[in-house]
Design a protein around this ligand. Structure first.
Ligand code: MTE
Length: 333
Protein backbone atom coordinates (compact mmCIF):
# COMPACT_ATOMS: atom_id res chain seq x y z
CA UNK A 1 0.00 0.00 0.00
CA UNK A 2 1.07 3.63 -0.13
CA UNK A 3 3.58 4.38 2.68
CA UNK A 4 3.50 0.78 3.84
CA UNK A 5 6.24 -0.51 6.16
CA UNK A 6 6.69 -4.24 6.37
CA UNK A 7 8.91 -5.16 9.31
CA UNK A 8 11.24 -8.10 8.97
CA UNK A 9 10.45 -9.62 12.36
CA UNK A 10 6.99 -10.91 11.45
CA UNK A 11 8.65 -13.57 9.36
CA UNK A 12 8.70 -16.39 11.87
CA UNK A 13 9.67 -20.03 11.34
CA UNK A 14 7.44 -22.62 9.70
CA UNK A 15 6.17 -23.90 13.04
CA UNK A 16 4.29 -20.59 13.40
CA UNK A 17 1.06 -22.05 12.07
CA UNK A 18 -1.82 -23.79 13.82
CA UNK A 19 -2.85 -27.25 12.73
CA UNK A 20 -6.58 -27.15 12.12
CA UNK A 21 -6.91 -30.13 14.44
CA UNK A 22 -5.25 -28.24 17.32
CA UNK A 23 -7.54 -25.23 16.95
CA UNK A 24 -10.73 -27.28 16.67
CA UNK A 25 -9.96 -29.70 19.47
CA UNK A 26 -8.95 -26.87 21.84
CA UNK A 27 -12.15 -25.03 20.97
CA UNK A 28 -14.31 -28.10 21.40
CA UNK A 29 -12.69 -28.77 24.77
CA UNK A 30 -13.42 -25.19 25.93
CA UNK A 31 -16.97 -25.41 24.59
CA UNK A 32 -17.54 -28.61 26.61
CA UNK A 33 -16.34 -26.72 29.67
CA UNK A 34 -18.74 -23.93 28.70
CA UNK A 35 -15.81 -21.55 28.32
CA UNK A 36 -13.78 -19.72 25.73
CA UNK A 37 -10.63 -17.75 26.33
CA UNK A 38 -12.67 -14.57 26.47
CA UNK A 39 -14.82 -16.05 29.22
CA UNK A 40 -11.73 -17.14 31.15
CA UNK A 41 -10.43 -13.58 31.05
CA UNK A 42 -13.78 -12.17 32.08
CA UNK A 43 -13.86 -14.47 35.05
CA UNK A 44 -10.29 -13.62 35.97
CA UNK A 45 -9.28 -17.28 35.90
CA UNK A 46 -5.64 -18.38 36.19
CA UNK A 47 -3.56 -17.39 33.21
CA UNK A 48 -5.38 -14.08 32.97
CA UNK A 49 -3.54 -11.85 35.41
CA UNK A 50 -4.06 -8.11 35.12
CA UNK A 51 -0.67 -7.79 33.46
CA UNK A 52 -1.47 -10.49 30.93
CA UNK A 53 -4.89 -8.95 30.42
CA UNK A 54 -3.26 -5.62 29.57
CA UNK A 55 -1.08 -7.37 26.99
CA UNK A 56 -4.00 -9.37 25.65
CA UNK A 57 -4.50 -8.42 22.02
CA UNK A 58 -8.25 -8.64 22.50
CA UNK A 59 -7.86 -5.63 24.80
CA UNK A 60 -9.38 -4.75 28.14
CA UNK A 61 -12.29 -6.89 29.22
CA UNK A 62 -14.11 -4.02 30.92
CA UNK A 63 -17.69 -3.96 29.71
CA UNK A 64 -19.18 -0.45 29.24
CA UNK A 65 -22.34 0.43 31.18
CA UNK A 66 -25.23 -1.26 29.41
CA UNK A 67 -22.78 -3.38 27.41
CA UNK A 68 -23.01 -7.16 27.16
CA UNK A 69 -20.07 -9.44 28.03
CA UNK A 70 -21.07 -11.87 25.26
CA UNK A 71 -20.67 -9.13 22.64
CA UNK A 72 -17.23 -7.95 23.82
CA UNK A 73 -14.25 -8.54 21.52
CA UNK A 74 -12.74 -11.91 22.40
CA UNK A 75 -15.91 -13.30 24.01
CA UNK A 76 -16.57 -16.91 22.99
CA UNK A 77 -18.71 -17.33 19.92
CA UNK A 78 -19.96 -20.59 18.46
CA UNK A 79 -21.46 -21.21 15.02
CA UNK A 80 -22.02 -24.26 12.88
CA UNK A 81 -19.29 -24.91 10.32
CA UNK A 82 -20.56 -24.34 6.78
CA UNK A 83 -20.23 -27.67 4.92
CA UNK A 84 -17.42 -27.47 2.38
CA UNK A 85 -15.59 -24.68 4.24
CA UNK A 86 -13.93 -26.61 7.05
CA UNK A 87 -10.59 -26.58 5.26
CA UNK A 88 -8.94 -24.20 2.82
CA UNK A 89 -6.14 -26.48 1.59
CA UNK A 90 -3.68 -24.68 3.82
CA UNK A 91 -2.64 -24.75 7.45
CA UNK A 92 -4.48 -22.26 9.60
CA UNK A 93 -2.39 -19.22 10.47
CA UNK A 94 -1.31 -18.81 14.05
CA UNK A 95 -3.99 -16.92 15.95
CA UNK A 96 -1.61 -14.69 17.90
CA UNK A 97 -0.02 -13.47 14.65
CA UNK A 98 -3.39 -12.79 13.04
CA UNK A 99 -4.21 -10.66 16.09
CA UNK A 100 -0.93 -8.75 16.08
CA UNK A 101 -0.15 -8.09 12.44
CA UNK A 102 -2.88 -5.88 11.05
CA UNK A 103 -3.74 -3.26 8.49
CA UNK A 104 -6.09 -0.73 10.07
CA UNK A 105 -4.88 2.67 8.94
CA UNK A 106 -7.28 4.56 11.19
CA UNK A 107 -5.01 3.56 14.08
CA UNK A 108 -1.52 3.27 12.63
CA UNK A 109 0.41 2.60 9.45
CA UNK A 110 2.63 0.23 11.43
CA UNK A 111 1.08 -3.25 11.32
CA UNK A 112 2.57 -4.25 14.64
CA UNK A 113 1.27 -1.17 16.48
CA UNK A 114 -2.36 -1.44 15.34
CA UNK A 115 -3.45 -4.02 17.92
CA UNK A 116 -2.34 -1.82 20.82
CA UNK A 117 -3.90 1.41 19.53
CA UNK A 118 -7.11 -0.27 18.40
CA UNK A 119 -8.04 -1.06 22.01
CA UNK A 120 -9.36 2.52 22.20
CA UNK A 121 -12.21 1.63 19.86
CA UNK A 122 -15.53 1.45 21.70
CA UNK A 123 -17.54 -1.39 20.17
CA UNK A 124 -20.61 -1.18 22.43
CA UNK A 125 -23.10 0.13 21.66
CA UNK A 126 -22.73 -0.46 17.89
CA UNK A 127 -25.25 -0.18 15.13
CA UNK A 128 -25.27 -0.48 11.36
CA UNK A 129 -27.35 1.88 9.27
CA UNK A 130 -29.09 0.19 6.34
CA UNK A 131 -29.70 2.88 3.75
CA UNK A 132 -30.41 3.64 0.09
CA UNK A 133 -32.53 1.47 -2.20
CA UNK A 134 -34.25 -0.70 0.43
CA UNK A 135 -37.96 -0.87 1.18
CA UNK A 136 -37.35 -0.25 4.84
CA UNK A 137 -34.23 1.83 5.64
CA UNK A 138 -33.35 1.29 9.32
CA UNK A 139 -30.64 1.03 11.91
CA UNK A 140 -29.82 -2.44 13.22
CA UNK A 141 -27.62 -3.46 16.10
CA UNK A 142 -25.48 -6.58 16.06
CA UNK A 143 -28.09 -8.75 17.71
CA UNK A 144 -30.75 -7.63 15.20
CA UNK A 145 -28.42 -8.63 12.37
CA UNK A 146 -27.69 -12.02 13.94
CA UNK A 147 -31.41 -12.63 14.38
CA UNK A 148 -32.01 -11.90 10.70
CA UNK A 149 -29.25 -14.25 9.50
CA UNK A 150 -27.73 -17.01 11.65
CA UNK A 151 -23.92 -16.85 11.75
CA UNK A 152 -21.83 -19.69 10.35
CA UNK A 153 -18.15 -20.61 10.50
CA UNK A 154 -15.92 -20.82 7.41
CA UNK A 155 -12.20 -21.26 6.89
CA UNK A 156 -10.96 -18.93 4.13
CA UNK A 157 -7.65 -18.04 2.58
CA UNK A 158 -7.01 -14.28 2.74
CA UNK A 159 -4.62 -12.45 0.39
CA UNK A 160 -3.37 -8.91 1.04
CA UNK A 161 -2.39 -6.74 -1.93
CA UNK A 162 1.05 -6.48 -0.27
CA UNK A 163 1.65 -10.16 -1.13
CA UNK A 164 1.23 -11.73 2.31
CA UNK A 165 -1.51 -14.23 3.05
CA UNK A 166 -3.19 -15.97 5.95
CA UNK A 167 -5.77 -18.71 6.46
CA UNK A 168 -8.34 -18.13 9.19
CA UNK A 169 -11.65 -19.46 10.54
CA UNK A 170 -14.17 -16.61 10.33
CA UNK A 171 -17.62 -16.61 11.86
CA UNK A 172 -20.00 -14.43 9.93
CA UNK A 173 -23.36 -13.71 8.38
CA UNK A 174 -23.71 -14.62 4.70
CA UNK A 175 -24.19 -11.24 3.02
CA UNK A 176 -26.48 -12.60 0.28
CA UNK A 177 -28.92 -13.96 2.87
CA UNK A 178 -28.94 -10.61 4.63
CA UNK A 179 -29.61 -8.77 1.37
CA UNK A 180 -32.58 -11.07 0.76
CA UNK A 181 -33.99 -10.16 4.19
CA UNK A 182 -33.57 -6.42 3.75
CA UNK A 183 -35.94 -5.96 0.81
CA UNK A 184 -33.37 -4.51 -1.56
CA UNK A 185 -34.94 -2.85 -4.60
CA UNK A 186 -34.40 -4.20 -8.14
CA UNK A 187 -32.55 -1.17 -9.46
CA UNK A 188 -29.72 -1.70 -6.93
CA UNK A 189 -26.43 -2.32 -8.72
CA UNK A 190 -23.86 -1.66 -5.98
CA UNK A 191 -23.46 -2.03 -2.23
CA UNK A 192 -21.49 0.61 -0.38
CA UNK A 193 -19.84 0.15 3.04
CA UNK A 194 -18.52 2.76 5.50
CA UNK A 195 -16.31 2.52 8.57
CA UNK A 196 -16.74 4.77 11.65
CA UNK A 197 -15.36 8.30 11.89
CA UNK A 198 -14.04 8.77 15.44
CA UNK A 199 -10.79 10.75 15.53
CA UNK A 200 -10.94 10.75 19.33
CA UNK A 201 -10.58 6.95 19.32
CA UNK A 202 -8.65 6.35 16.10
CA UNK A 203 -5.56 8.60 16.24
CA UNK A 204 -4.80 8.48 12.52
CA UNK A 205 -8.22 9.87 11.63
CA UNK A 206 -7.00 13.44 11.80
CA UNK A 207 -6.37 16.04 9.17
CA UNK A 208 -2.59 15.61 9.14
CA UNK A 209 -2.79 11.99 8.04
CA UNK A 210 -4.06 13.18 4.64
CA UNK A 211 -6.55 10.34 4.08
CA UNK A 212 -10.18 11.01 3.24
CA UNK A 213 -11.74 9.26 6.24
CA UNK A 214 -13.92 7.40 6.88
CA UNK A 215 -12.69 4.31 4.99
CA UNK A 216 -15.23 3.26 2.39
CA UNK A 217 -15.58 0.27 0.07
CA UNK A 218 -18.07 -1.18 -2.38
CA UNK A 219 -19.09 -4.35 -4.23
CA UNK A 220 -21.37 -4.94 -7.16
CA UNK A 221 -24.69 -6.45 -6.09
CA UNK A 222 -23.68 -9.75 -7.82
CA UNK A 223 -20.46 -9.82 -5.78
CA UNK A 224 -22.33 -9.04 -2.58
CA UNK A 225 -24.81 -11.84 -3.28
CA UNK A 226 -22.06 -14.38 -4.02
CA UNK A 227 -22.04 -17.29 -1.57
CA UNK A 228 -18.50 -16.38 -0.40
CA UNK A 229 -19.34 -12.86 0.79
CA UNK A 230 -19.49 -12.72 4.56
CA UNK A 231 -20.06 -10.07 7.21
CA UNK A 232 -17.66 -11.43 9.81
CA UNK A 233 -18.36 -11.04 13.52
CA UNK A 234 -15.89 -13.59 14.82
CA UNK A 235 -12.53 -15.25 14.34
CA UNK A 236 -11.08 -18.43 15.92
CA UNK A 237 -14.28 -19.13 17.87
CA UNK A 238 -14.40 -15.67 19.49
CA UNK A 239 -15.96 -12.30 18.83
CA UNK A 240 -13.77 -10.25 16.48
CA UNK A 241 -10.91 -8.37 18.08
CA UNK A 242 -10.92 -4.62 17.53
CA UNK A 243 -7.78 -4.76 15.39
CA UNK A 244 -9.42 -7.33 13.08
CA UNK A 245 -12.47 -5.10 12.57
CA UNK A 246 -14.80 -5.51 15.55
CA UNK A 247 -17.64 -5.83 15.78
CA UNK A 248 -18.47 -6.45 12.10
CA UNK A 249 -16.42 -6.41 8.88
CA UNK A 250 -16.60 -7.58 5.31
CA UNK A 251 -14.79 -10.73 4.13
CA UNK A 252 -14.54 -11.34 0.37
CA UNK A 253 -11.72 -13.88 0.00
CA UNK A 254 -11.29 -13.72 -3.79
CA UNK A 255 -10.37 -10.03 -3.53
CA UNK A 256 -7.32 -8.33 -2.08
CA UNK A 257 -7.51 -7.61 1.64
CA UNK A 258 -8.15 -3.89 1.15
CA UNK A 259 -11.73 -4.66 0.00
CA UNK A 260 -12.41 -6.37 3.35
CA UNK A 261 -13.55 -3.20 5.13
CA UNK A 262 -13.50 -3.28 8.95
CA UNK A 263 -15.82 -1.98 11.67
CA UNK A 264 -18.77 -1.21 9.40
CA UNK A 265 -21.35 1.39 10.48
CA UNK A 266 -23.32 1.89 7.27
CA UNK A 267 -24.39 -0.31 4.35
CA UNK A 268 -25.98 1.51 1.45
CA UNK A 269 -27.65 0.10 -1.68
CA UNK A 270 -27.13 2.32 -4.73
CA UNK A 271 -27.55 2.46 -8.48
CA UNK A 272 -24.37 4.30 -9.51
CA UNK A 273 -20.91 2.85 -8.97
CA UNK A 274 -19.52 4.41 -5.77
CA UNK A 275 -15.85 5.32 -5.34
CA UNK A 276 -13.66 3.15 -3.10
CA UNK A 277 -10.96 4.30 -0.67
CA UNK A 278 -7.70 2.96 -2.18
CA UNK A 279 -8.86 3.18 -5.79
CA UNK A 280 -9.60 6.90 -5.24
CA UNK A 281 -6.15 7.47 -3.69
CA UNK A 282 -4.09 5.53 -6.25
CA UNK A 283 -6.14 4.20 -9.20
CA UNK A 284 -3.02 2.92 -11.00
CA UNK A 285 -2.12 0.74 -8.03
CA UNK A 286 -5.49 -0.48 -6.74
CA UNK A 287 -8.28 -1.32 -9.16
CA UNK A 288 -11.92 -0.83 -8.23
CA UNK A 289 -12.58 -4.60 -8.24
CA UNK A 290 -9.21 -5.56 -6.71
CA UNK A 291 -9.72 -9.23 -7.53
CA UNK A 292 -6.66 -11.34 -6.73
CA UNK A 293 -4.80 -11.70 -10.03
CA UNK A 294 -1.25 -13.09 -10.20
CA UNK A 295 -0.86 -11.95 -13.82
CA UNK A 296 -1.21 -8.24 -13.01
CA UNK A 297 1.74 -6.96 -10.98
CA UNK A 298 1.39 -4.06 -8.60
CA UNK A 299 3.37 -1.05 -9.83
CA UNK A 300 6.06 -1.78 -7.24
CA UNK A 301 5.98 -5.55 -6.71
CA UNK A 302 4.92 -8.83 -8.32
CA UNK A 303 1.58 -10.45 -7.45
CA UNK A 304 2.67 -13.85 -8.79
CA UNK A 305 3.32 -15.26 -5.31
CA UNK A 306 2.56 -14.59 -1.66
CA UNK A 307 4.22 -15.15 1.71
CA UNK A 308 2.27 -17.11 4.29
CA UNK A 309 1.93 -15.11 7.50
CA UNK A 310 4.36 -16.35 10.12
CA UNK A 311 6.20 -18.86 7.96
CA UNK A 312 8.09 -16.87 5.34
CA UNK A 313 7.14 -19.60 2.88
CA UNK A 314 6.31 -18.20 -0.55
CA UNK A 315 3.61 -19.94 -2.56
CA UNK A 316 2.20 -19.18 -6.03
CA UNK A 317 -0.87 -16.92 -6.05
CA UNK A 318 -3.93 -18.25 -7.82
CA UNK A 319 -6.46 -16.20 -9.82
CA UNK A 320 -9.30 -15.13 -7.54
CA UNK A 321 -7.18 -16.48 -4.67
CA UNK A 322 -8.21 -19.99 -5.71
CA UNK A 323 -11.95 -19.22 -5.54
CA UNK A 324 -12.49 -19.00 -9.31
CA UNK A 325 -15.04 -21.80 -9.30
CA UNK A 326 -17.36 -19.75 -7.08
CA UNK A 327 -16.82 -16.30 -8.59
CA UNK A 328 -15.45 -16.36 -12.14
CA UNK A 329 -19.01 -16.46 -13.52
CA UNK A 330 -19.63 -12.96 -12.13
CA UNK A 331 -17.03 -11.47 -14.47
CA UNK A 332 -17.86 -13.31 -17.69
CA UNK A 333 -19.18 -10.84 -20.28
N1 MTE B 1 -10.67 -1.50 6.95
C1 MTE B 1 -10.50 -0.29 7.47
N2 MTE B 1 -11.56 0.35 8.00
N3 MTE B 1 -9.29 0.33 7.51
C2 MTE B 1 -8.17 -0.26 6.96
O1 MTE B 1 -7.08 0.34 6.99
N4 MTE B 1 -7.27 -2.20 5.79
C3 MTE B 1 -7.59 -3.24 4.81
C4 MTE B 1 -8.69 -4.18 5.32
N5 MTE B 1 -9.78 -3.41 5.93
C5 MTE B 1 -8.32 -1.55 6.38
C6 MTE B 1 -9.60 -2.16 6.42
C7 MTE B 1 -6.43 -4.03 4.43
S1 MTE B 1 -5.30 -3.24 3.44
C8 MTE B 1 -6.26 -5.33 4.82
S2 MTE B 1 -4.99 -6.28 4.18
C9 MTE B 1 -7.16 -5.98 5.77
O2 MTE B 1 -8.14 -5.06 6.29
C10 MTE B 1 -6.36 -6.55 6.93
O3 MTE B 1 -7.18 -7.28 7.80
P1 MTE B 1 -6.57 -7.94 9.12
O4 MTE B 1 -5.86 -6.88 9.90
O5 MTE B 1 -7.73 -8.53 9.87
O6 MTE B 1 -5.59 -8.98 8.65
Amino acid sequence: MVHIHVHENWRLPDCAATEEQDYLSRREMLARMGLGLGAMSLLGLPGCSTEENARDPFGPRTIPAGGKPELAPGAPLQAAMKPGYRKANRRLSREDLVLRFNNFYEFSLDKEEVWKLAQRLETQPWSVEIAGLVDNPRTLDLEDLERLVPPEERVYRFRCVEAWAMTVPWIGLPLGALIDKLGVQDKTRYVRFHTFLRPEQAPNQNLESGYAWPYYEALTIEEARNELSLLAIGLYGKRLSRQNGAPIRLVVPWKYGLKNIKSIVRIEFVEKRPPTFWNAIAPDEYSWHSNVDPSVPHLRWSQASEKLLGSGIRVPTKPYNGYGEQVAGIYRP
